[in-house]
Design a protein around this ligand. Structure first.
Ligand code: PLP
Length: 493
């Protein structure tokens, strides 16, 4: 039994006794305190001891408007609670889900016009793969139905069916169910999304996973051969992607799923011509291209959708985090008219649903978030300040342990290296000592939250709320400067 009102001291004990934190070595808190965050404002958080932190990670790349809009968003949630606290999107609609779907369709590029809601990013990725799998089946069924002559549907006489055509269609393959994603990419934790994940350490404990995904190279150019041109790099990546599809059997692949800028591994931006080439390959083999915009949508790259920034022209986009600035648990998939088309038949449906998908309160919150983003000119703010952000962070390149600074918009990573000239990275043990043994705690102690990550090569990820300005850029850079200088000394000892 849990007591009703918990004093700060009891919160600490209760956290240790009852809370199972995500991706957390719980044993690490046997002796240390669990960090308990109790409030936030702007780009700042405060813990239960009254200590303040600059949140240079925007929660989890997600609190795009910062922490100061609780009052206004809370009011929208309250009004929705009074009007209609819950109803479902299963066969029914309600005003907020309709309004939010329309709003997203108006903000998304091209004819990404149809929105399927879910509760978060993993569910969005899961839904995208399921949608792609069923899309081809639905399209095929429609084509098969088209082979039945109109007289047959009337049912008045013996149906006249084009048997030969149906048999031929049934024996020409089969089903498209496979997906292609990229190494080190993070796409969530549910079994489907996990299978798409390109991080072996996350996948291995849960194998065997959903068949069948192949991972191709991501756009990390820092460790490519010296002297390779941008064009050669793009060519290499596209050839590899095409070869992977050919090896899998193009007729069995339904989905290519990639982020506009890959987060895990540290903000891998695409080389020139990459997305144009990926789109062409998907067209050539009739494969759906899905942009995972769980992080990049809603302003992170200075656009409503990162797909617009790189002219990706995806068939499907997955989104979550910034859709509500994480004031609500909501995600979604937005699909083009082409993807929707086979599902518009009278007896056709996407056989997928989630109780909380399109929840009235979550959709009301997301609508209010978008209203605030427009009113506060958040997208424009990112565009106007992104160069200053980059220039400020670039001061860190003077520190010997800092090898690379990469990213765009308000989305950056710093790669840490053992030797800047050779770009040699740290061993597993050194990473353990550097990241978990020192950096994470040192940054937190210095009053800043960002992520020291070694799912790929060791990086520090910086992704502040999109309301951050020069004062925050300076503070991030100053704290990182001190801590990374200390890290250099530590790793050379
Ligand atoms: C690109 C990407 N896709 C999917 C996910 C999974 O989202 P969620 O944690 O909301 O399930 C994440 C989470 O960080 C992500 O970054």
């Amino acid at each position: 039994m849990t007591s009703v009102s918990i004093a700060p001291l009891d919160l600490q004990k209760a956290a240790k006794d009852h809370l199972w934190m995500h991706f957390t070595r719980m044993g690490g808190y046997d002796l240390a305190d669990v960090p308990i965050i109790v409030r936030g404002d702007g780009c700042y958080l405060e813990d239960s001891n009254g200590k303040r932190y600059l949140d240079a990670l925007a929660g989890l790349f997600s609190v795009n408007i910062g922490y100061s809009f609780g009052e206004e968003i809370g009011q929208a949630a309250l009004e929705q609670m009074r009007e209609l606290p819950f109803y479902t999107n299963w066969s029914y609609a309600h005003p907020r889900a309709i309004e939010l779907a329309s709003e997203i369709a108006s903000l998304a590029p091209g004819d990404l016009n149809r929105v399927f809601f879910c509760s978060g990013g993993s569910e969005a990725v899961e839904s995208a793969w399921k949608l792609a799998r069923q899309y081809y089946a639905a399209r095929g069924e429609k084509q098969l139905r088209g082979l039945v002559t109109p007289g047959a549907r009337a049912g008045a006489q013996e149906p006249e069916v084009e048997h030969d055509a149906i048999v031929a269609a049934a024996t020409t393959p089969q089903r498209r169910y496979k997906a292609v994603a990229r190494h080190i990419a993070y796409h969530g934790t549910t079994m489907g999304a996990l299978s798409i994940n390109g991080i072996p350490a996350l996948r291995t404990p849960f194998e065997p996973l959903v068949s069948e995904v192949r991972h191709v190279s991501n756009t990390n150019r820092y460790h490519r051969p010296a002297g390779e041109t941008e064009e050669e790099f793009t060519r290499f990546l596209l050839d590899e992607l095409e070869q992977a599809i050919l090896a899998m059997g193009p007729d069995t692949v339904c989905l290519v799923h990639m982020e506009p800028v890959q987060n895990a591994g540290g903000c891998y931006t695409p080389p020139e011509g990459y997305w144009r080439g990926v789109r062409e390959i998907c067209n050539r083999y009739d494969i759906l291209l899905s942009a995972d915009e769980v992080i990049t949508a809603f302003g992170r790259l200075g656009y409503w959708f990162g797909s617009e920034r790189y002219d990706i022209r995806p068939d499907i986009v997955t989104m979550a985090k910034g859709l509500s600035s994480s004031y609500a648990a909501i995600g979604g998939v937005v699909a083009t008219d082409k993807v929707m088309e086979p599902f518009l038949g009278a007896s056709s449906m996407f056989s997928h649903g989630i109780t909380f998908g399109g929840h009235p309160v979550m959709t009301a919150i997301a609508l209010k978030n978008i209203e605030i983003m427009k009113r506060e000119r958040i997208i424009e703010h990112v565009r106007e300040h992104q160069d200053a952000f980059k220039a400020t962070l670039a001061q860190l390149l003077d520190i010997p342990i800092v090898g690379d600074l990469r990213g765009t918009g308000f989305f950056y990573a710093i790669e840490l290296v053992k030797d800047r000239d050779t770009r040699e990275t740290f061993s597993d043990e050194e990473c353990e000592r550097l990241l978990r043994g020192f950096l994470s705690n040192a940054l937190f102690d210095a009053g800043m939250i960002c992520r020291a990550d070694d799912r790929g090569d060791p990086v520090v990820q910086i992704s502040p709320p999109l309301v951050a300005g020069q004062a925050e850029f300076d503070e991030i850079t100053s704290i990182l400067g001190d801590v990374l200088t200390e890290a250099t000394t530590l790793m050379r000892a």
